[in-house]
Design a protein around this ligand. Structure first.
Ligand SMILES: Nc1nc2c(c(CN[C@H]3C=C[C@H](O)[C@@H]3O)cn2[C@@H]2O[C@H](COP(=O)(O)O)[C@@H](O)[C@H]2O)c(=O)[nH]1
Length: 306
């Protein structure tokens, strides 16, 4: 994930709407004494898990749809995770590759037991079809085979996912440079690692190469901590719930600076306290703080990537 780390640093060094405050990072690191509170994967108790290939299929479909919940104020990630879990418990074939290729918008709603159209529903339909089709074409219909093909390397798995599934190619252009963010591909690796506790389908020798997952919750937490500082125009837009245009400098800076800030935090913890933390663990801590703070205002971008 060197491309993610390097391009995020490139953006951070040229950023004008967002600044990373290194002193605030140091204050936070000192306050927690280098000990990031441990948050268990599935602390919410909402995910499907059977310790086998169906769990891998579940997590891949989950992360294919793991984006943009905020336009419906009653909808959250939890509905997606628990909705797919229930659907699978009722019918073990619900996420089979041939079924994924044929779902319609209303059928996905039914699957998730959601009473009205989902945000950017047509894109969710298209992405499910893409996942079903390519899993069938190249991986015998099973996400478990995709994971096996990566040979226990997180970087290889992300490379395979982004090569085979265009919907996971979370790139942007910033001042003429290509920026790699890979939020949903990386979170899939982290979900495997968390669910299978680093064993079996969750065993990756290079799990430390993963960065945080640049969504709309973690940047809001970093801003609340004082680590990210926004310029006054951007602050006003976010606090008044105006939409931030996808691919705009503001949006790319928010996401890239979040990745960069956490990598800096990780380096500092290593230097000062001699602890080698995973970005995944920092991410889950920050994200769990964010989703518990209902008052947090986050940036709003219509995006299929996060
Ligand atoms: N950085 C980061 N972003 C994450 C997650 C997760 C869930 N991870 C699961 C894995 C293990 C845990 O037990 C979690 O259940 C979702 N998101 C993002 O949040 C947003 C949804 O927010 P709201 O509208 O309030 O539900 C949306 O962009 C979604 O893509 C994460 O872990 N890290």
């Amino acid at each position: 994930m060197e491309a993610v780390r390097a391009s995020a640093a490139w953006v951070a060094s040229r950023s004008s709407h967002v600044t990373v405050d290194l002193q605030e990072i140091e204050k936070v690191v000192d306050k927690i004494q280098g000990n990031v509170p441990k948050v268990e994967w599935d602390f919410e108790g909402i995910h499907y898990f059977d310790n086998g290939p169906l769990t891998v299929q579940y997590l891949f479909v989950l992360d294919a749809l793991n984006f943009c919940f905020w336009p419906d104020k009653d909808l959250s990630y939890d509905h997606l995770a628990s909705g797919l879990k229930l659907a699978l418990e009722k019918d073990k074939t619900a996420l089979d590759a041939n079924r994924l290729q044929n779902y319609t918008g209303p059928e996905i709603r039914q699957l998730l037991n959601w009473p009205r159209p989902l945000p950017i529903e047509e894109e969710r339909v298209r992405l499910l079809h893409e996942v079903g089709l390519e899993l069938e074409r190249s991986f015998g219909g099973e996400a478990a085979n995709l994971v096996k093909a990566a040979g226990n390397s997180a970087a290889t798995l992300i490379e395979l996912i982004t090569r085979h599934f265009p919907g996971f190619r979370d790139h942007s252009l910033y001042k003429g440079h290509q920026v790699f963010l890979y939020k949903r591909a990386q979170i899939f690796v982290a979900d495997l690692w968390g669910a299978f506790k680093g064993q079996n389908y969750g065993e990756f020798h290079d799990i430390n190469s993963i960065t945080i997952f640049a969504d709309y919750i973690v940047p809001a937490v970093l801003r609340e901590l004082g680590i990210l500082k926004y310029g006054s125009n951007l602050s006003c837009s976010i606090d008044s719930n105006s939409e931030i245009v996808p691919g705009s400098e503001e949006e790319v800076e928010i996401r890239a600076c979040s990745i960069y800030a956490v990598e800096k935090m990780r380096d500092l913890i290593s230097k000062k306290f001699g602890k080698q933390l995973l970005s995944i663990d920092i991410d889950l801590w920050l994200w769990s703080c964010g989703v518990q703070n209902m008052a947090l205002s986050h940036h709003r971008t219509l995006s299929i990537y996060y």
